[in-house]
Design a protein around this ligand. Structure first.
Ligand code: C2E
Ligand code: CA
Ligand code: CA
Length: 258
């Protein structure tokens, strides 16, 4: 119920968590993570309110707000003369399957005049495997609009490998639950899954990113196994748009001045 007013009274906010190349520690993207600060209860975790938004039918409106806000941030970076990084937004299944979803995406892209590559979308295996033919079609439409697709929480769901080949995805995201156990004794299972996902991504020519990287041991394991990108507290926490903008400004690629 309070969620219904959260947008209108400005209680929602996006935070951004940078993603880095593992080889050079260069920022290559930012994931948008939704934050809700309730006026009396304080911060509410998205893990709690997203499911409520989904079951109450509010997720489409909230998801559209997230999309528009991400587009606004990206275009602000551009207008400030920065070289923007792609912003990845999380999509809920309900939002992805909504009849006017593609229309809304198109509207936001043209409203902010976003070029191809400005936005990415993170979807879980569950979202993609429900109604796969329709999902394949929607993904192709998104890719046609210049949006890159990542499969989130990869390894936790049920993926059909033959569908994986049909999906126009560019990135797999190894779930934090596997990353958590890397480099610890007695957790060979997680290591086997992580290295299998990396190897599979390589052979399918997909980029692969690990989320929730917190320790040097995890980083070293991922590096040794050829993971492309990392995201996690070891590198950077989710941060305010202001802080993310400062990070972007501090890490701008050096233009060729010669
Ligand atoms: P997710 O997409 O798997 O996002 C990663 C979560 O891990 C985020 O939690 C992030 O803050 C947290 N995280 C990042 N690095 C680390 C780390 O090194 N260690 C640990 N322990 N955690 C780390 P957060 O922000 O609470 O979001 C939870 C979930 O809520 C997200 O999981 C995503 O499924 C959902 N969510 C967040 N924002 C949105 C949104 O705009 N739309 C939708 N549909 N879902 C969202
Ligand atoms: Ca995500
Ligand atoms: Ca996850």
């Amino acid at each position: 119920v309070d969620l219904r007013q959260a947008i209108d009274v400005g209680e929602l906010e996006l935070h951004l968590q940078p993603q880095f190349t593992l080889a050079h520690g260069q920022p290559v993207g930012m994931e948008a993570l939704l934050r809700w600060t309730h006026r009396t209860r304080g911060p509410v975790s998205p893990a709690r309110f997203i499911p409520i938004a989904e079951s109450s039918g509010m997720i489409a409106e909230i998801g559209n707000w997230v999309l528009r806000e991400a587009a606004r941030i990206w275009s602000r970076w551009r207008s400030e003369g920065l070289v923007p990084l792609p912003i990845a937004v999380n999509l809920s299944a309900v939002q992805f399957q909504a009849p006017d979803f593609l229309h809304e995406v198109g509207r936001v892209l043209s409203e902010f005049d976003l070029p191809a590559g400005a936005l990415e979308m993170e979807l879980t295996e569950g979202t993609l495997m429900a109604n796969t033919d329709a999902a394949v079609e929607t993904l192709h439409q998104l890719v046609g609009k210049g949006i890159q697709i990542a499969i989130d929480d990869f390894g936790t769901g049920y993926s059909s490998l033959s569908y994986l080949r049909r999906f126009p995805v560019s990135k797999l995201k190894i779930d934090r639950s596997f990353v958590l156990d890397l480099g610890k004794h007695g957790n060979e299972g997680a290591e086997a899954i992580a290295s299998a996902v990396i190897a599979m991504a390589k052979s399918l020519k997909l980029r692969v990113i690990a989320e929730g990287v917190e320790t040097a041991e995890q980083r070293d394991f991922l590096k040794d196994h050829g993971c492309d990108e990392v995201q996690g507290y070891l590198y950077a926490r989710p941060m305010s748009v202001e802080a993310a903008t400062a990070l972007l400004a501090a890490t701008q690629p050096q233009g060729d001045m010669a």
